[in-house]
Design a protein around this ligand. Structure first.
Ligand SMILES: [Mg+2]
Length: 149
């Protein structure tokens, strides 16, 4: 499940306070269904091949990356302060999520299960004892744990 929030029902926005926002749960399946319906209504399923969706996803990641491309680390941390840049970030993140959800729908990938499995796998690859506070790839940690898969 993904938690989305807004001050107005039906409109997804930024949560500034749990008290001043309306929250509801939206399932991955529900979002996939909305995106599928959007494509079907426009006869766009013919274009939603895995290859095209992966390329569209990469394009949207590129658009998100472009926002941050020449910012300093401090500027990137403040990207949500200015309304215009915050809006662009929100929009590109939504585009990325939309294509990821559409791709997973077309390929029949259970994203919740895949992510849950990956979190467990990463916990094995990056044990707290060796990975805490360091940005080192698991293969270079002092006692690297090789994942079983
Ligand atoms: Mg975009």
């Amino acid at each position: 499940m993904i938690w989305l929030a807004s001050r107005q029902p039906g409109i997804v926005g930024t949560v500034t306070s749990p008290r001043d926002c309306y929250m509801w749960r939206v399932s991955i399946a529900s979002l996939q269904r909305q995106l599928r319906d959007f494509a079907v209504e426009r006869d766009w399923e013919q274009f939603h091949t895995p290859k095209n969706l992966v390329m569209a996803l990469a394009g949207e990641v590129g658009e998100l990356t472009e926002i941050f491309q020449w910012l300093t680390p401090d500027e990137s941390a403040d990207v949500m302060v200015e309304a215009a840049s915050a809006g662009r970030v929100r929009e590109e993140m939504a585009d990325v999520l939309a294509y990821l959800l559409r791709l997973s729908d077309v390929l029949g990938v259970d994203l919740e299960a895949a992510l849950a499995k990956k979190i467990v796998k990463n916990a094995v690859k990056y044990p707290v004892e060796t990975a805490q506070g360091v940005a080192t790839k698991y293969t270079d940690l002092s006692s690297p744990q090789k994942p079983s898969e």
